[in-house]
Design a protein around this ligand. Structure first.
Ligand code: SF4
Ligand code: SF4
Length: 154
């Protein structure tokens, strides 16, 4: 077993590293499963904060927005700081009303060293991205990641 791994490592010793020179030389690698920019349906959001509580990166903050939102008594909605977001999708999983979904729109314009430009307010999230995209993660399509097989007892 160990010998097999050593041989495998030896094989790659003479190969050049494969690094995608994104965004400088290559485009983003986009598939129908890529998780990227969110879309918020403010008319469906009930302001429960479940997305904020589920976020492991502390990327979501709630904002009070005035307006006619009969389902959202407190009128609070999530905004996402994309300088913190890891695109894990846990916020989408936690949302009880399917108000938050993810698309494969990769937001290359957010590649920046200026973190003040990476904050998306609820209103910004509610406007679908310009250009082509697919909804790649919503409550209906959420599946937990595969778990490793249970260890055999000795
Ligand atoms: S995708 Fe993950 S890291 Fe990004 S806002 Fe949602 S829960 Fe937070
Ligand atoms: S987006 Fe979903 S989880 Fe987040 S506050 Fe609104 S209803 Fe709750």
């Amino acid at each position: 077993m160990v010998l097999k791994q050593v041989l495998l490592g030896f094989k790659y010793l003479f190969k050049r590293p494969y690094t995608r020179m994104y965004p400088y030389k290559e485009k983003a690698y986009i598939t129908s499963k890529t998780r990227a920019r969110h879309i918020l349906r403010m008319d469906l959001c009930v302001g429960c904060r479940a997305c904020q509580l589920a976020c492991p990166a502390d990327a979501i903050k709630m904002y009070k927005i005035e307006g006619d939102f009969p389902k959202n008594r407190l009128k609070i909605f999530p905004g996402i700081d994309y300088s913190r977001c890891t695109y894990c999708g846990l916020c989408v999983e936690a949302c009880p009303t399917n108000a938050l979904v993810m698309t494969n729109y990769t937001m290359e314009h957010l590649i920046t060293e200026d973190k003040s430009t990476t904050l998306y307010t609820p209103q910004m999230l509610s406007i679908p991205p310009e250009g082509e995209y697919e909804i790649t993660l919503s409550k209906d399509t959420w599946h937990p990641p595969p778990q490793p097989p249970p260890k055999k007892s000795k």
